[in-house]
Each structure stands twice: as structure tokens, then as C-alpha cells.
Design a protein around this ligand. Structure first.
Ligand SMILES: N[C@@H](CCC(=O)NCCCC(=O)O)C(=O)O
Length: 254
């Protein structure tokens, strides 16, 4: 774990658009910001609905990007589906998809969590199951409905670590870990070029990477929850920050 935020990398964090007392607000779950700071980096918020020109300027200010989870869902039309989606946030979609494209083109480290993981898959040409729990053979991956964060984020199932991925190197000799689970949607078709890093017992893909990229990783679970207390989460955020720090050194001409 890195131990200072003073000279740490800067991580751009996507916001979601919500409404509060009739006002449009930009929102982010603080768990993500806490995790970024715990691992020695500084978060800056990227507003949902930013234009392509604004995003180009924003990406030049940061050393990495974090695509957060959210209760909203990726617009079905983005992956060729036609069902009704009551929980859309199309400004968030536009922001995340533009960031994913730019991070690939410019080799900017990017970590996708839950909705962010799903956005990565769709942005690269994959698709989603809108309701995993209604698909024959898959389990219910949704969180506890009780208003108890410890319960919501408690370990829910193991994931098997692929033996040809980055995670296998990080975790050896472990070949499975326990993860939390707070999602109703999930990967249907995996996008071309992505390497599966972890799979749930029911066969649902739970993590992937773009191995040709310095750091392009998506996980369906929530490593930001009590990140310093979890073996894999510590590795994941450390590796993310190492990659972001390398970009910062390039920024600073070191
Ligand atoms: N809406 C998607 C993704 C679910 C998700 O990101 N849940 C986390 C919500 C809490 C947070 O991190 O802000 C789905 O249902 O699959």
C-alpha cells in the first residue's frame, strides 16, 4: 500500500446523475474515494454528461480512471437489446464509454467496478444479461435487500481464477477467492479481446482484463469495500496505483 497522497497519482472518478429535492446532482459513492486515498492517490470527479472535448481535457489531468458501480444500468441500445430500462443514466454511459475509448487509445490505466465492469464489456462490443437471476442456470447475484452495509458487502460466493490471466500471477498459488456480490446484470457475450480473469461457480464471468494494455481491468464485485482488509483488493489497488504512478512519472518527465 502506498503511504502518501501528497505526490500520489490523480485518479478521475466518474459521477452518476441523480435528483435530490428537485435538483440535478452529480453523485459518487464515497467508498470509492476512500479506497483511492487509502492507496495513496488523489480522486477528482468527472461529471456525468461531459462532452467529448471536456473529456479530452479531463483525461490530460489524471493518471488513471475509475469507473464506479451504480444502481443505474447501461442503456440496452448500447448492446443491441430492446427491453425497457427504467434505471438509465445516459450521461453516465456517454462519459464512461468516451473514457474507455480514450484510455485504450492513450494507454491510461483504468479500473472498472460492477457497472464500470459492465460498461467496459459493452464498450468493446460485448453484451449483458439484464436480469441474471432470470436466466436458466445462473444464481441470484443481487445484494441483501436489508439496509445493512456489512451484510450487503459480505462475501457471497467464490470466483475461480483463470490460469492464463494476470490475477493468477498476483494470487498464486491461490486459484479461487471469496467475493461480495451486488448486481442484477452480468456479462452475456464477452467482448472480443478481453481475457477472462475470474468466473463464478454458475459460470458467470466476474472479471476480465485487456492484456495488451498497461492496466485495463474490470471486476463485477466490489473491492473498494474495506479494501485494505482484503488480500485481493490490496493487490488490485496497489497494482492500479503502480500503473497510474508510472503514467504520472511520464507526465512529470521523470
Ligand atoms: N446496476 C448494475 C450494477 C450494480 C452496481 O454497480 N451496484 C453497486 C451499487 C452501489 C455503488 O457501488 O454505488 C447491476 O445491477 O448489475
Amino acid at each position: 500500500m502506498m503511504n502518501s497522497t501528497k505526490a500520489g497519482p490523480v485518479i478521475g472518478v466518474v459521477c452518476c446523475k441523480k435528483s435530490l429535492e428537485g435538483y440535478g446532482i452529480q453523485s459518487v459513492n464515497e467508498f470509492y474515494l476512500h479506497a483511492i486515498k487509502q492507496f495513496g492517490a488523489n480522486p477528482v470527479l468527472f461529471p456525468s454528461g461531459s462532452t467529448a472535448e471536456e473529456i479530452k481535457q479531463l483525461i490530460g489531468l489524471v493518471d488513471g480512471v475509475l469507473l464506479t458501480g451504480s444502481h443505474s444500468n447501461v442503456a440496452p441500445a448500447r448492446y443491441g437489446a430492446e427491453h425497457d430500462e427504467p434505471k438509465k443514466d445516459e450521461g453516465r454511459d456517454a462519459l464512461s464509454f468516451a473514457l474507455i475509448d480514450t484510455c485504450i487509445k492513450e494507454n491510461v490505466p483504468i479500473l472498472g467496478i460492477c457497472r464500470g465492469f459492465q460498461e467496459m464489456n459493452v464498450a468493446l462490443g460485448g453484451s449483458l444479461h439484464p436480469k441474471v437471476h432470470e436466466v436458466e442456470g445462473f444464481n441470484d447475484h443481487r445484494e441483501s435487500p436489508l439496509n445493512d452495509m456489512v451484510l450487503k458487502y459480505s462475501p457471497a460466493h467464490p470466483v475461480n481464477i483463470s490460469d492464463n490471466g494476470i490475477f493468477a500471477d498476483w494470487l498464486a498459488p491461490l486459484d479461487n477467492i471469496e467475493v461480495n456480490s451486488l448486481h442484477g446484470q452480468g456479462v452475456n457475450q464477452l467482448a472480443p479481446g478481453l481475457t477472462v480473469e475470474a468466473v463464478a461457480p454458475d459460470g458467470l464471468i466476474e472479471a476480465f482484463s485487456l492484456q495488451a494494455h498497461p492496466f485495463f481491468i474490470g471486476v463485477q464485485w466490489h473491492p473498494e469495500w474495506q479494501a485494505t482488509e482484503n488480500h485481493f483488493s490490496r493487490i488490485l489497488f496497489d497494482q492500479f496505483m503502480i500503473s497510474a504512478s508510472k503514467r504520472r512519472s511520464l507526465h512529470d518527465g521523470n
